[in-house]
Ligand binder design. Structure first.
Ligand code: HEM
Length: 344
């Protein structure tokens, strides 16, 4: 695995909230079913004859993995997003590189995707292979695992349409330009999401995924040192927050493994605190903070702060759209036996 997780979590303002929330993984019982079922070949009961217990088997693996490593949720959610934006939701990100192919997961931007995130997908698939070999695709495993993790971290639950097949292409060279980066402008991000079939509102709602997880210092360092010729610190960032981050990421001896929470107030709970942070200048990444500053996205941020249920319903709608991007169905692709390698 190309990534080693650092023990030096940044607790910035949050030592207490970390202690409180990390021990209480809550579940939300609300279940949402998409109104639209418009992708031919996908259905809610796809495995009801061939692997009727598929979702129960997956849920058990996910719960166990989360008990072992709470950071799994954020890692897997990000991996799922990166999978869907490159070649569609076809588990192409899970393929390991070979001597003849540098795979998607080894593209620079994917090197920070964490091992625990990959592990939960592989484990769920292995458990399914014992009960129903060759039936459930890795792409469907990814969609279901991600849904369960969001829910177990306190977020909403939704029904997952199934029937995706696994892709036959995974190339690092096809990643560039398909994933958002922190130095992009809001218009560039809006265009990228639009190109993937997602609206500006979908983008703002999906960014709420940053209610979980971490970012490495290099992703926000330019905001806290030598920002521009007149300001040393990005003026859109809360000054106290910036100084805390400086303590974590000293410029002279920056440890490449050190990370800071994306949501400084409740990093292990899937909630709408991320948006409230943006209103206060506690956005960690420049692109997070921009959501509150840009005229096309600001009112959406305010809506999400207003009511957590509104955030959840927009998030679910956007996740359902995300999980249908470029899916392969019918005789397209394959059902991999091992998520890390194409079938022979
Ligand atoms: C809108 C544009 C986005 C940008 C520029 C962006 C960028 C980033 C960056 C730079 C990191 C830190 C990576 C690291 O240092 O390890 C990160 C983390 C993360 N991102 Fe995003 N992201 C965006 C949207 C999304 C979306 C749409 C999702 C999911 C639906 C998502 C889920 C996550 C999660 C869960 C993490 C934490 C990962 C972990 O703790 O392992 N992001 N993102």
């Amino acid at each position: 695995m190309a990534y080693t997780f650092s023990n030096s979590f940044v607790l910035a303002f949050t030592t207490l909230s970390f202690l409180l929330v990390s021990t209480s993984v809550s579940t939300t019982t609300t279940t949402t079913r998409s109104m639209s079922n418009n992708i031919e070949g996908l259905s809610y009961n796809f495995y009801s004859n061939t692997c009727p217990n598929a979702e129960i088997i997956i849920k058990n693996v996910v719960s166990q993995k989360l008990k072992e490593a709470l950071v799994t949720a954020a890692g897997a959610l990000r991996i799922f997003f990166h999978d869907c934006f490159v070649e569609g939701c076809d588990a192409s990100v899970l393929i390991a590189s070979s001597s003849t192919n540098k795979a998607e997961r080894d593209a620079d931007i994917n090197l920070s995707l964490p091992g625990d995130g990959y592990d939960v997908f592989f484990r769920a698939k292995r458990a399914l292979e014992l009960q129903c070999p060759g039936v459930v695709s890795c792409a469907d495993v990814m969609a279901i695992v991600t849904r369960d993790l969001v829910n177990l971290m306190g977020g909403p639950r939704w029904e997952v349409l199934k029937g995706r097949r696994d892709g036959l292409i995974s190339k690092a060279s096809r990643v560039e330009g398909n994933l958002p980066q922190v130095n992009q402008t809001m218009s560039q991000l809006i265009s990228l999401f639009k190109y993937k079939g997602l609206s500006t509102l979908d983008m703002v709602a999906l960014s709420g995924a940053h209610t979980l997880g971490f970012s490495h210092c290099k992703e926000f360092i330019s905001r806290i040192y030598g920002y521009n010729t007149t300001c040393d610190i990005d003026p859109t960032m809360n000054k106290g927050f910036a100084l805390q981050l400086r303590a974590t990421c000293p410029i002279k001896s920056m440890d490449p493994n050190v990370v800071a929470f994306n949501d400084v107030t409740s990093p292990f709970t899937f909630d709408n605190a991320y948006y409230l942070n943006l209103q206060k200048g506690f956005g960690l990444l420049a692109t997070d903070q921009q959501l509150f500053l840009h005229p096309e996205t600001r009112s959406y941020v305010n809506d999400m702060v207003e009511d957590q249920q509104i955030f959840f319903s927009y998030f679910v709608a956007a996740m359902i759209k995300l999980s249908q991007i470029g899916v392969k169905t019918g005789s397209d692709g394959e059902i991999r036996h091992d998520c890390g390698t194409f079938n022979a």
